[in-house]
Design a protein around this ligand. Structure first.
Ligand code: FE2
Ligand code: FE2
Length: 349
């Protein structure tokens, strides 16, 4: 980052301290003073002022599946489990379809929990502790504390619901490794110059916190789905609405404060991050298909035919619409290589 006084920084003000010159690694600059003056307070609009009343961790009860719904409702919407609609799977009968819906729920919950714990919360903690490398107001830091608590709760209730569904259905989650986005993020960190590495999880968090996945958007309204699942996703979606508005402000502060070199490096990566975040979790689906007794070639055929690339690009554009607007507003696409990276992913153009 250059300095915190550029237009559009989180709290641009003549009194903001300039981040010390030197290696461009503001996120490691633990010595950067935090700023909690009244002058800074006015630039951040709290998105979590009613947190005590609205946060799921403060108000939502434990979501337990009703025994009457276990055999009659879906655990995940069928259209969000394309492999379960494939003719080969349908020929295996309704239990196979249901098995894949339940596995899709487990995979969604596990990937959500890992995202919250491994990526989002470490970034939120940096903000809460004043280690973002930009002057951040006291209110913004306290709101980061609330988000940290929210995300911890989201991870905890993801695993809790998984256990409850397993107990109710008798279907064990298939064992898979870490979610693919974590592997991709680690590889990206290995390829990124050390000085820029802290910016990678920050930008990934901005992407993941401003996107609205089809799961979060659609399940709460889907009356075919087990009530406990709908309510748990609704609890999460409500919290994420507040987080979305918070990270919009983070993006408006961070992007203009980056140096040209940082923007050139990170801009094209933002397109990758959207892609990784929305990428279907094929490894868990492949394992689930093999548990149904299907040969690897048949499982691959089902996966290939269930996720046509054209549909995927359309789904990504829909889910990323608000994030793309945010990037437009913050000037992300001013860089030609970045713009082309988004076009290459089918997100623009
Ligand atoms: Fe969350
Ligand atoms: Fe969040």
């Amino acid at each position: 980052m250059k300095n915190a006084t550029r237009p559009g920084a989180v709290c641009p003000t003549p009194r903001a301290p300039v981040i010390p010159a030197g290696p461009p690694n503001p996120f490691r600059a633990d010595t950067v003073p935090s700023v909690e003056t009244g002058a800074h307070e006015c630039h951040y609009i709290s998105t979590l002022a009613d947190w005590e009343e609205s946060a799921s961790v403060r108000r939502a009860p434990r979501r337990v599946p009703c025994p009457e719904e276990v055999g009659t409702r879906d655990f995940f919407p069928l259209e969000q489990v394309p492999i379960a609609q494939h003719p080969i799977v349908r020929n295996l009968g309704p239990d196979a379809v249901r098995y894949l819906q339940v596995q899709r729920l487990y995979a969604y919950q596990a990937s959500t929990a890992r995202l919250e714990r491994a990526v989002v919360n470490p970034v939120v903690l940096r903000i809460a502790e004043g280690r973002l490398g930009l002057p951040v107001s006291r209110t913004m830091r306290r709101d980061a504390d609330k988000i940290y608590t929210d995300e911890a709760r989201h991870a905890q209730f993801a695993y809790d619901l998984t256990d409850l569904v397993e107990a109710a259905t008798g279907i064990e989650p298939v064992v898979v490794g870490e979610p693919r986005f974590l592997t991709q993020l680690r590889r990206q960190l290995d390829r990124t110059p050390v000085a820029y590495q802290p910016l990678v999880p920050l930008c990934y968090t901005i992407v993941s916190e401003t996107l609205i996945s089809a799961t979060l958007a659609k399940i709460p309204r889907d009356t075919r789905v087990v009530t406990a699942v709908r309510e748990q996703v609704a609890d999460h979606a409500r919290d994420e609405g507040h987080h979305h508005r918070y990270f919009v402000q983070v993006m408006h502060g961070v992007w203009p404060a980056l140096s040209g070199a940082e923007r050139a490096l990170l801009g094209p990566l933002l397109a990758d991050f959207i892609d990784w975040f929305l990428e279907p979790d094929l490894s868990s689906m492949q394992t689930a298909l093999s548990q149904l007794g299907l040969e690897p070639e048949t499982a691959n055929q089902i996966l290939h035919e269930s996720y046509p690339p054209t549909q995927r690009a359309a789904d990504m554009r829909e889910a990323a619409a608000r994030t793309l607007r945010l990037f437009e507003q913050t000037g992300v696409f001013d860089d030609t290589r970045t713009y082309e990276a988004f076009v290459g992913k089918g997100l623009l153009g």
